[in-house]
Design a protein around this ligand. Structure first.
Ligand code: MN
Length: 489
């Protein structure tokens, strides 16, 4: 149930209505429909009042006679700060209109963008809500604008949502946008997913029942449900696997949500005692969370009727965080996440929460008029990460200290396995060399190269390490699917 709007929020709505009076959207509706939709999205995400007010006013500085000072007078420093951030962000974006032209030379723009965002994460969250509503109403724009906005959403905003672990938002944004970027492909894959799910429905239900019964026997408290793969993530995965549907193991997945971490591992055991796990497809994101803080156990099994099914097992807290990410943890839930962490319900505090806490503290100091070393803050924000580039201009973020092999495996395990050399900023370089912020890295490969054990010393990311270990174990076979699954215990 939604709380009634506070007096401050009502005042902001009035102010925005007056400011946008006489303006219309491309849909023909009065402009105010848009800020009100953004307000609603932010409320659904559980954001705080200042963020909601800033969301209502987010387009006023750019498009109406209202000034930042007006907003400051009326709603205080914090709201003004947020509106200013969103306005600056859209100004920055104006300088890099077309994603096709800006990707190769994003270096400065992108970092500037990130720093602008980083000064208060709520700026980013407002921007995401703004973009989500624009995507939902994209059909009103002319086709060339649709494509441009859709493409940018796919390549910048959906990945940002992912970075914040806002899973629901990422999926909605990516699928909305992909429909415009490649309508035929979208329809094709959507149909494929629907047909597949229809044909799998019956046997999935049986699997669900079998697993439920086994879990009840073990006295594990759980809920189980199917999750449908998004169209865009299927598209991306197919691209990665040469359009080979046989390589897609997670078209159908069942999600099991349990009370605590111990039950996660127990559940994994129960599932493996029922079905044959596929070798190399057990992923422990609880012990090793993804960079965005995502935690879950994944396993792919072969059922009795030869169906390949992925299971995702996680606690309620992990699930909430996976779906709503930062927005879920930002406001009241941040405390909850921190508490759960202390109680041991979550083993790793999502790394982004740490820097957000830091940001909040700094933002509060700013508001109180205390001195803050912004330079230090910005550095801190990204001190654990560097951004490097492929010769084509794609941006890859890696932890500080990453080496060429980390980079190569990040691109693709095929590239990693066949590295013979590296050029950094156009010059041949050593494989032991630590990559630095802004390096342009070109990996040289040869078909005849094979992975070496000694490479383990030239790798620092768990991702690359895992890929290399797998490659070493799998030699001489190149093909993951040709490896027989683990024997059932
Ligand atoms: Mn807007």
């Amino acid at each position: 149930m939604k709380n009634p709007d506070s007096e401050r929020v009502l005042r902001a709505v009035e102010m925005a209505k007056k400011a946008h009076d006489g303006q219309f959207r491309k849909t023909g509706e009065p402009y105010i429909v848009h800020p009100l939709a953004v307000k609603k999205i932010l409320e659904e995400w559980g954001m705080d009042e200042d963020t909601i007010i800033a969301g209502i006013l987010h387009d006023t500085i750019e498009d109406t006679p209202l000034t930042l000072n007006d907003i400051k007078q009326e709603f205080g420093e914090s709201v003004a700060f947020l509106v200013d951030g969103v306005t600056k962000l859209s100004t920055a974006r104006n300088g890099m209109r077309d994603i096709d032209t800006y990707l190769p030379e994003t270096k400065d723009n992108f970092l500037r963008l990130m720093i602008a965002l980083g000064s208060d994460i709520r700026v980013l969250i407002i921007k995401l809500a703004d973009r989500l509503h624009n995507l939902r109403t994209l059909s009103a724009l002319p086709p060339d604008k649709q494509k441009k906005i859709a493409k940018e959403s796919l390549e910048v905003f959906a990945p940002l949502a992912d970075r914040l672990n806002m899973g629901l938002l990422r999926v909605e944004m990516a699928d909305l946008a992909f429909k415009y970027v490649d309508p035929r492909r979208y329809e094709q894959l959507k149909n494929l997913i629907e047909r597949y799910n229809k044909s799998a429905a019956k046997s999935l239900q049986k699997i669900e029942e079998e697993v439920s019964e086994a879990l009840r026997k073990e006295k594990i408290n759980f809920t189980i449900s199917g999750r449908v793969k998004s169209v865009y993530s299927l598209h991306k995965k197919l691209a990665k696997h040469n359009q080979n549907m046989g390589e897609i193991y997670d078209l159908t997945a069942l999600r099991v949500i349990v009370d605590d971490i111990t039950d996660c591992y127990l559940t994994l055991g129960v599932i493996h005692s029922l079905y044959t796990p596929m070798g190399g497809r057990i992923k422990d994101y609880i012990a090793m969370p993804k960079q965005n803080g995502y935690q879950s156990l994944h396993t792919t099994v072969i059922t009795k009727d030869k169906r390949v099914v992925e299971f995702q097992i996680r606690t309620k807290e992990m699930h909430e965080y996976a779906e709503r990410g930062l927005a879920a943890s930002f406001y009241y839930n941040e405390q909850k996440v921190t508490e759960n962490y202390k109680k041991g319900k979550i083993e790793h505090l999502p790394t982004n929460l740490l820097w957000i806490t830091e940001l909040q503290t700094t933002a509060a100091r700013l508001r109180e008029g205390k001195k803050v070393d912004l330079k230090k803050l910005k550095l801190n924000l990204f001190s654990d990460k560097i951004f490097v580039y492929t010769p084509k201009g794609d941006i890859i973020d890696l932890p500080v200290g990453a080496m060429p092999l980390d980079f190569a495996y990040r691109l693709h395990s095929e590239i990693g396995d066949h590295v013979v050399g590296v050029k950094i900023n156009g010059k041949m370089s050593n494989m032991n060399k630590k990559l630095e912020q802004g390096d342009i890295v070109e990996i040289l490969t040869s078909k005849n190269q094979t992975p070496k054990i000694s490479w383990l010393d030239r790798i620092i990311t768990p991702h690359a390490r895992q890929k290399l270990l797998r490659a070493l174990k799998l030699r001489p076979s190149e093909n993951e699917t040709s490896i027989p699954p683990l024997k059932k215990k």
